[in-house]
Design a protein around this ligand. Structure first.
Ligand code: AMP
Length: 208
């Protein structure tokens, strides 16, 4: 099963991706997670990534495309994959089409989680994650359990100021990817408002 998970920052992609990969036994390929891992390791590429993510700008297409192509070539992607946070521009979507052609694979669905900007801001600024498990919580709606609460952190790009630019990047550069997949007949819109359980039910109705 080859899936793309699209949606603005804070739409709940990371939380819902977990349920999908558990059910279908496919890896979640989150470009954001790969980028953050490189930043943590302080590799030369990681330092370059940081100069973009700190401001909420997208990383240049050629760097992300190369990273995804390497990752999709790994053995665990043979049964399928869930791409989370990629493609984020039309040139990335075109590059992905080329990669899939070379791999003789087809996309099954492009899931788009639709959420209003006003809700995203509240969700993102309250978001905290556990660096040991990667689990994501919300200070109000889904607080971390007491045994992990002390180690939970806020992503440096989850502040109101950086978020403003991330949302702008989404509306200007990522939104055009929606008609790209709509024309290809692959786009499945999912209402991303409501509780995580409500949203999960809607996603599984689409995936069958
Ligand atoms: P995310 O965790 O998906 O919100 O990604 C965090 C940051 O990583 C984004 O704000 C971008 O700076 C960068 N990033 C992640 N995925 C991509 C992508 N497909 N293209 C360009 N930049 C990306």
């Amino acid at each position: 099963m080859e899936l793309i998970f699209m949606g603005p920052p804070g739409a709940g992609k990371g939380t819902q991706a977990r349920a999908i990969i558990d059910k279908f036994g496919i890896p979640q390929i989150s470009t954001g997670d790969i980028i953050r891992a490189a930043i943590r390791k302080e590799t030369p590429l990681g330092r370059e990534f940081k100069s973009y993510t700190d401001k909420g700008d997208l990383v240049p297409d050629e760097l992300v495309v190369r990273m995804v192509e390497d990752r999709l070539g790994q053995d665990d992607c043979k049964p399928g994959f869930l791409l989370d946070g990629f493609p984020r521009t039309v040139p990335q979507a075109e590059a992905l089409d080329g990669m899939l052609d070379r791999m003789c694979r087809d996309l099954e669905h492009v899931l788009l989680l639709d959420v209003d900007d006003s809700i995203l801001i509240e969700r993102i600024t309250g978001r905290r994650s556990d660096p040991e498990t990667g689990r994501v919580y919300h200070v109000k709606h889904n607080p971390p359990p007491p045994e992990v609460a002390d180690r939970c952190i806020q992503r440096s790009d989850d502040t109101a100021e950086v978020l403003k630019n991330r949302l702008e990047e989404y509306h200007v550069k990522t939104a055009p990817v929606i008609p790209y997949y709509e024309k290809a007949g692959l786009l499945r819109r999912i209402d991303g408002q409501g509780t995580p359980d409500d949203i999960r039910v809607r996603i599984f109705e689409v995936l069958g």
